[in-house]
Design a protein around this ligand. Structure first.
Ligand code: ZN
Length: 227
């Protein structure tokens, strides 16, 4: 092996990579023309380098594919999460508005009287209602209440056959409709009065707020029954 051969071999990597100055390049090419051994050496090196580069490219391709797959996957997960959320929102809103519709069909306020209310207390309640502005009211006697219940039962009225005026379990009540301010006023007053069993008040406020209050109340009731 000549000294020239050693120089050519040392420079061959840079020659194959095309990183040599013109003079060095010409020197190598002139040598390769006359030296079979170096020619073989440079050819093999060229093939090896090409293989190496194509592997690198393949690796890069695989990495790009992996990245794209990852992106598609996370997009799919995001779409699933958003769909579930949207579904829950639609379900919640439906429940709220069904509930609100049912409530708006009912009177603003119902005041149920105690079974053994004194005449004095009853008069005080009636006086308070009569002297409240912007409302309309109806007195519902025990008999009225039973008849209305039978009406609501329709064909199944026979289930209530055992009840008559002597054992009627339903309370007397006032059904009141009117302006929210007056209804609120009455609710506060009734809170301080004797002889009232229960006040049921449906003011037409934000349906979501009403629904949430109802939800929490029912949840608390269930919790209290369980523990
Ligand atoms: Zn040579």
């Amino acid at each position: 092996m000549s000294k020239e051969c050693d120089i050519v071999k040392d420079l061959s990597v840079n020659y194959v990579d095309n990183n040599l100055r013109d003079n060095s390049k010409t020197f190598i090419e002139e040598h390769l023309e006359k030296c079979t051994e170096c020619r073989k050496y440079v050819e093999e090196m060229t093939i090896d380098l090409q293989k190496d580069n194509s592997f690198k490219e393949k690796d890069e391709d695989i990495n790009i594919l992996k990245k794209i797959n990852k992106k598609i996957k996370s997009k799919k997960i995001l779409i699933i999460i958003l769909s579930v959320l949207l579904g829950l929102i639609v379900l919640y809103s439906s429940l709220v508005f069904i509930n609100y519709y049912i409530m708006s069909q009912n009177p603003n306020m119902e005041v149920f009287l105690e079974e053994n209310i004194s005449i004095d207390d009853k008069e005080k309640i009636e006086y308070k209602i009569k002297n409240t502005k912007d409302i309309e009211y109806n007195f519902v006697s025990k008999e009225d209440a039973l008849n209305k219940l039978k009406e609501n039962f329709g064909e199944n009225e026979r289930f209530l056959n055992g009840f008559n005026n002597q054992n009627n379990p339903l309370p007397e009540s006032y059904v009141i409709t009117g302006s929210p301010e007056s209804i609120e006023d009455l609710e506060i007053s009734f809170g301080k009065m004797e002889g009232i069993k229960k006040v049921q008040c449906n003011l037409y406020q934000n349906p979501y707020t009403l629904f949430n209050i109802k939800l929490i109340t029912n949840f608390t009731k269930i919790k209290n029954n369980l523990f």
